[in-house]
Structures are given as structure tokens and as C-alpha cells.
Design a binder for this molecule. Structure first.
Ligand SMILES: [Zn+2]
Length: 341
């Protein structure tokens, strides 16, 4: 299918919340990783989300260019072109963008969509994330409110974060004193501020002990019940229509029971980066270790062109990442639930 349009994407989000499942939002940095996500989603008959971070987008534009907006546009255009070959719906998102990077990343991408719409073409992205979680809540929401107003005019979904996810992502790490658990009061304030702008859906990453990056299983103390408390508070204050569409950040290595509990409380999107990076790289490492004297010219030998041609190991990496996407759709209960039927 083509990339989901706004109406289809909103329907995807509502179906997920009602059906207590979530879409994997997988970070990509290249054509190959984007293709891996599409293949994994199609293999599992799940809709899903392709996502691009600021660092991933800069990388995608080429080491000599390092233009975040250009790299994101390039990958998004590729996905728009190839998505039609996969029998699922996919949406395009940008990931964490701190306030100081908005002008170099989100703003030019919104302008690109505005230009496209003016020319009668579909949106480039479905949604953009602003990460003001490092700011005081009032400052975070001042920026979010302004951005939400602009995005809703172009049928773009805003994603924001309150509370701080621990660990490190894309070179940005949270301090040890960071606020790892959102409170219902914080999320009520989010709803109170955003509902003055529009009734359009938005995505909220509320933190409940999540950590970005790597750690051994069992080391994270997640409290998904925080999400339940936030939902109950917002529905009590503003009615059922205010119920949040929640996002799960920093979920690598989480216990399945915690993930499922979070889905029960309205998580509709789960960001997955670290586990995908590992699946991709592991396949390449496997190829190189098994074919050591083929990928390298050892001791004056000539190596093996079949081994050092990037295509065979990139193919393995694409397949391995696609398989990890399939696993994610099973864990998130989105497998077999594409809207296409
Ligand atoms: Zn986050």
C-alpha cells in the first residue's frame, strides 16, 4: 500500500488502542534498514511505523553532507516509492528532536509537507516528535502548543514526551537525577494545554521507568500502572475523548508482561531502535567472522569477491532485521492485524 494518509493513520491509532496492541516504530538510517522494516511488517501482516532520528537522518544524507532534513526527506521519499509493493500500511515519523534542533530538522520537514500539500501532493511524513522532556514542563508545553497548532493544519500528528527516559539515545543521555516517572498531574497539564489548540489526536510518551539503550533483562523497573493512572485522571477530567494515545520509548529488553500491561493502558506505538541495530549488525558480524579470509585479503592473498561484495551480507542483515521486526509485531500483538483486510 502507499504510505498511510492522515485518515488511515488516525484509524490505525484508534484501532490499536481499542484492540490493545501497538505498532512497532522502527528507527532506520538507510534504504536497506527501511526495506527491512517493510519486509518484516509484510511478513507478519502488521501495519507499522518507519521512524528517523536526527542522527539517523544526518547519516542518511551522507558523511560529506550531514544534513538532517535532507537525509530524512531522502529516506521518506524512498519509502513512499516502495511502500506500494508491500501489502500493509506504513506511516512515517521522525523521532526525538530537542528544542535546539527543531529549526534544522522538524521545521524544514514540516515546510516540505506544506509545499507538497500546496501542490496537491500527499504529506511527506505522518508525524513528528518534539522532545522537550529535558525542559521544565511549562516550557516543554509552550513549544509543543505552538508546534501542535502548525502540525494539525497540515494533518501531521505531534508526538511529545513528558518525564525523562533514562539512558542514552542518539548521543543524548539523561542525567541520573532525571525524572523517570511521569505523574498524572503532568499528563493532565498536557491535555489541558493541548486541548485549547485542537481536538486532533496527538501522541504522548509518558515515562514509567523506561531506559534508552542497553542493559541486561530484569535491570529495568518499569511501572506501567503509571500509564493507567494517567489515563484515568485525564478521562475523569476531560472525558473519554481526551484519552491518550501513548508511546513506549526505551523499551529494549523490557519484560513481555510489562509491555503487555502497557498495551492494555493505551500504548499504541513502541519505539524500537537498539534491538534492531543489534539484529542487523549481528548478521554482518556473522558473515565476516565465518568468511574471514574471504572478506579480507590475508597475507597477500586476493580474498573472495563473493564474500566482500556488500550485497550478500547486507541481504543477510536486511533479512535478520526483518525477522526482528516480525518478533516485535508478535510481542506488540499487531501481527495479522493489518487494516488492509
Ligand atoms: Zn523518548
Amino acid at each position: 500500500m502507499p504510505v498511510a494518509d492522515h485518515a488511515h493513520y488516525c484509524e490505525m491509532l484508534d484501532r490499536a488502542r481499542k484492540g490493545r496492541f501497538a505498532y512497532p516504530a522502527v528507527n532506520v538510517t538507510s534504504l536497506t534498514t527501511a526495506n527491512a522494516v517493510l519486509k518484516g511488517l509484510a511478513d507478519s501482516k502488521s501495519d507499522g511505523i518507519v521512524q528517523i532520528s536526527t542522527g539517523g537522518a544526518a547519516f542518511a544524507s551522507g558523511v560529506a553532507v550531514k544534513d538532517m532534513a535532507l537525509g530524512a526527506i531522502s529516506i521518506a521519499e524512498h519509502v513512499h516509492r516502495v511502500a506500494a509493493r508491500y501489502p500493509i500500511y506504513v506511516a512515517l515519523h521522525t523521532d526525538h528532536c530537542q528544542a535546539d534542533k527543531l529549526d534544522a530538522f522538524v521545521t524544514p520537514l514540516v515546510e516540505e509537507t506544506e509545499r507538497r500539500r500546496a501542490a496537491g501532493k500527499p504529506n511527506l511524513f505522518n508525524g513528528h516528535m518534539f522532545d522537550g522532556s529535558a525542559l521544565p514542563l511549562t516550557d516543554n508545553l509552550d513549544i509543543a502548543v505552538k508546534l501542535y497548532g502548525r502540525l494539525t493544519k497540515s494533518d501531521l500528528i505531534l508526538e511529545i514526551e513528558v518525564g525523562v527516559v533514562g539512558g542514552e539515545e542518539d548521543g543524548v543521555s539523561a542525567s541520573a537525577a532525571a525524572k523517570l516517572y511521569t505523574t498524572p498531574e503532568d499528563t493532565l497539564e498536557v491535555a489541558r494545554r493541548l486541548r485549547t489548540v485542537s481536538s486532533a489526536p496527538y501522541l504522548l510518551a509518558a515515562t514509567f521507568g523506561n531506559v534508552h539503550g542497553v542493559y541486561k533483562p530484569g535491570q529495568v523497573k518499569l511501572k506501567p500502572s503509571i500509564l493507567k493512572d494517567c489515563q484515568e485522571a485525564v478521562v475523569a477530567a476531560f472525558g473519554e475523548s481526551a484519552r491518550f494515545h501513548l508511546v513506549f520509548h526505551g523499551g529494549s529488553g523490557s519484560e513481555l508482561c510489562d509491555i503487555h500491561e502497557a498495551l492494555d493502558y493505551g500504548v499504541v506505538k513502541m519505539n524500537i531502535d537498539t534491538d534492531m541495530q543489534y539484529a542487523f549488525t549481528r548478521a554482518i558480524a556473522d558473515h565476516c567472522f565465518r568468511n574471514y579470509d574471504g572478506v579480507l585479503k590475508v597475507d597477500g592473498d586476493v580474498g573472495n569477491k563473493k564474500a566482500y561484495d556488500p550485497r550478500p551480507y547486507m541481504t543477510r542483515a536486511e533479512n535478520a532485521m526483518a525477522a526482528r521486526v516480525v518478533q516485535a509485531t508478535t510481542e506488540l500483538r499487531s501481527a495479522g492485524k493489518t487494516m488492509l483486510h
